[in-house]
Design a protein around this ligand. Sequence first.
Ligand code: C2E
Ligand code: CA
Ligand code: CA
Ligand code: CA
Length: 274
Amino acid sequence: AKQAGKHRFVFFSERMNHQVRERLLLKNNLRQGLSRDEFLLHYQPKFDSRSGRFTGLEALARWQHPGRGLVWPSHFIPLAEETGLIVPLGESVLEIACAQNRAWQARGFPPFRVAVNLSAQQFRDRDLVATVRGVLQRTGLASNWLELEITETVIMQDTERAVAILEQLRAMGIRITLDDFGTGYSSLSYLKRLPVDCLKIDYTFIKGIFSDPQDAAIVRAIIAMAHSLRLKVVAEGVETEAQRVFLREQGCDEVQGYLAAMPLPVQEVEQYLA
Ligand code: C2E
Ligand code: CA
Ligand code: CA
Ligand code: CA
């Protein structure tokens, strides 16, 4: 038994070593990847839950790594946050998404919003509002076709500052969505003061709608609360027809998830829009 335990330990530590090395490698590649434009966006559609009408796209970052193929955000967003590279990466994502949306409009597609995720560090950056304004000017996208998704944690770190920044962004006409809603610790009193337009219910609650009565209760409560505060509600991670029907019956405004559409590369978005 001792012997086996020892082997297990050796195996485990080698695996850990491997993971640590992998992370380090990717981390070192990040800056280069950024300067070589290896980051691209996939776009996941959102739909009106009553009419089923397409309402807009969320931009999700992907890394076309020269040696590894397409790398998913869970592998590089945390590293980008650790290294601070999330600020230039985030700006690049914003620029690509706005330029792409402007190009779609110029080609005659009916206009829709594009949503971009912002990380906490971008939010702490002094220049965020100026950066966003600059990107809109450079790309020529009208601000009402941009939506920014931020998480509760971003706001709770420095609520006063967050409120001030959100007010400026909203005054420009940008739509603000509170992402992963329900996973942070948001009190009703601060939600009342927050300049946001929309709550996006986290997918962990949607997953449990039919298996965990508490999840169903939370989803109902979030929708009711959002509406009483005159906010829109979106559900993410909607994977089944039953979930969609439940959400529609509860009055959830928009849905997003694999049921209707996965995040798609540009070419497939265009096929879809056409
Ligand atoms: P998120 O903003 O909560 O995005 C939703 C994630 O759920 C996406 O994963 C999406 O592909 C996935 N998803 C969509 N529908 C379903 C579904 O029906 N079922 C399941 N199981 N998953 C679904 P993705 O693309 O891997 O992105 C993961 C996270 O990485 C995002 O979570 C976001 O927090 C972060 N991220 C992605 N792109 C960016 C970016 O440009 N900037 C920043 N700051 N974060 C980003
Ligand atoms: Ca999001
Ligand atoms: Ca989310
Ligand atoms: Ca999430």
